[in-house]
Design a binder for this molecule. Structure first.
Ligand SMILES: NC(=O)c1ccc[n+]([C@@H]2O[C@H](COP(=O)([O-])OP(=O)(O)OC[C@H]3O[C@@H](n4cnc5c(N)ncnc54)[C@H](OP(=O)(O)O)[C@@H]3O)[C@@H](O)[C@H]2O)c1
Length: 461
């Protein structure tokens, strides 16, 4: 690895001129770990933009190795078969590899290889939010220790430059709130439910048929993928080191067509949101399906699109939106990091301290203290006195009602009727207390709530 050069030329130097000499006139050697959806996109983009990228970096980018599981698989055209290998050691011990692009996914082997690369002083670019959420702190420390870079723009929001926005552009401001739609699968499912009136299972099957959802969709529709992304954003937005177990995560599996329809009548759209707030003394991090006003910018982010809305104390609101997944959009972010890190390598200055972000443990506000308005749906017996009982239980818990609606009488004799309540701003622990009392409640010895009530937060992003 080259030495830091005190007179590294600025980006205005002639392409490939002075800077190429700095790197001994050599190309920057790159290894890819994985060549699936994202890896294939990266190789395609590197080949397609070869000349332009060399001019930007000041040296050609040379792919030397591509680690895969199955060497016989047909790859994208840009993947030269001579690069393809299953030999981990051949990849990791190649002295000409200065930059490792991790696009294999998972936390185990991928994490071990990223660690190994950093220990050898090789810089790393990764698209792996699960890895960062689980082992990010150790990996960033290793990168700093070994003067290597660790780029991760593609880990959140696919092709949207949200990491750069938070790390660089907004570094001089204080982020007060952020809202994000960060899981394309969940957003697609909710869009189908909203626009076509599909139920959850039908919309999910549709997403799977189109390749937008995995055979096991738990990470996506369970909210965990979005939570991993929120953890990564929280480090940049709030300087906070948080682990997955500390935040409340709700997915979209429990949503029913009835909730989407009630929300629509009330003027809202249901979105799976990540929410972050800085209260100064503590931060608030949540992931859950949420009612947002139909007029909100985020309400119109449909299908597999992603978006993030950031509110800076000085800047005010700022929205980034675009394709959050897919081979080429994600490759745009990976290649942006490849350029960035390669420039540092060429300038002899990888692992510059200016890239690092200070993070520390910060107190998380307890979920019970969250204050929002709530949408509550109670499938109840169609009997007199039910609404009064609901209102009393909410009142006893200190929750005020803003709006209350009762569905039409049941088509069949004893079928439940939906009572929908929108509350004023209320603390989550008060809502939970009221729901527990209502579920236990009875009229004339009979429980009047027929099925579990649904409680969804209302936000105004
Ligand atoms: N897909 C997206 O739109 C997207 C967007 C943003 C971020 N990401 C992240 O990018 C990463 C890659 O996602 P992807 O969709 O490209 O995955 P993918 O299509 O499944 O590709 C994974 C690649 O890694 C290789 N691989 C997996 N396990 C391996 C092992 N044990 N040894 C050697 N090679 C192994 C596979 O080899 P074979 O080809 O031989 O099986 C494959 O080439 C993940 O961390 C994901 O979260 C993906």
């Amino acid at each position: 690895m080259s030495e830091r050069h005190p007179s590294a030329p600025s980006d205005t130097s002639p392409p490939g001129g002075e800077r190429r000499r700095l790197h001994g006139g050599k190309p920057v050697g790159i290894a890819l770990l994985g060549c699936g959806t994202v890896g294939g996109g990266v190789l395609t983009l590197l080949a397609r933009e070869r000349e332009r990228l060399a001019a930007r970096v000041g040296a050609p980018l040379e792919v030397r190795r591509v680690l895969v599981r199955d060497p016989k698989k047909v790859r994208v055209e840009a993947c030269d078969v001579r690069w393809v290998t299953t030999d981990v050691d051949a990849v990791m011990s190649d002295p000409e590899v200065e930059l490792v692009v991790e696009v294999m996914g998972g936390e185990g082997l991928a994490g071990d290889l990223v660690e190994r690369a950093l220990r050898a002083g090789k810089s790393v670019v990764t698209a792996n939010k699960a890895l960062l959420a689980a082992r990010g702190k150790q990996l960033f420390a290793l990168a700093a220790e070994h003067r290597a870079d660790l780029g991760f723009e593609a880990a959140v929001g696919g092709g949207i430059p949200i990491i750069r926005a938070l790390r660089d552009q907004l570094a001089g401001d204080r982020v007060e709130r952020l809202f994000g739609i960060l899981n394309g699968t969940s957003n697609f499912v909710l869009t189908q439910m909203t626009e076509l009136g599909q139920g959850f299972a039908e919309a999910l099957a549709d997403a799977q048929a189109r390749g937008y959802a995995e055979a096991d969709p738990t990470l996506d529709v369970g909210g965990f993928d979005a939570a991993h992304k929120l953890l990564v954003l929280a480090t940049l937005a709030f300087g906070a080191e948080v682990t997955e177990g500390e935040i409340a995560i709700e997915g979209i599996r429990e949503l029913e067509a009835a909730d989407i329809e009630h929300a629509r009548r009330l003027g809202y759209v249901v979105k799976h949101l990540v929410v972050g707030r800085d209260h100064g003394d503590a931060i608030e991090l949540r992931v859950h399906p949420t009612l947002i006003p139909r007029s909100s910018v985020l309400a119109n982010v449909s299908g597999v699109l992603n978006a993030v809305k950031i509110e800076g104390a000085a800047l005010g609101p700022c929205v980034l939106s675009g394709r959050g997944a897919g081979d080429l959009p994600t490759a745009v972010s990976v290649v942006a990091d490849v350029i960035d890190v390669s420039r540092a390598i060429v300038a002899g200055a990888p692992g510059l301290v200016t890239r690092s972000v200070a993070i520390a443990r910060r107190p998380l506000r307890a979920a019970g203290l969250t204050e929002v308005r709530w949408y509550l749906r109670f499938p109840v017996a169609d009997r007199p006195g039910v609404i009064a009982k609901l209102a009393a239980a909410l009142g006893d818990a200190g929750v005020s009602i803003e709006q209350i609606e009762q569905g039409p009488p049941p088509a069949e004799g004893d079928a439940p009727v939906d009572v929908v309540i929108v509350t004023r701003t209320a603390r989550e622990d008060a809502i939970r207390r009221a729901l527990a009392a209502i579920e236990l409640g009875a009229i004339e010895g009979q429980p009047f709530v027929r099925r579990a009530p649904r409680a969804l937060r209302i936000e105004e992003p």
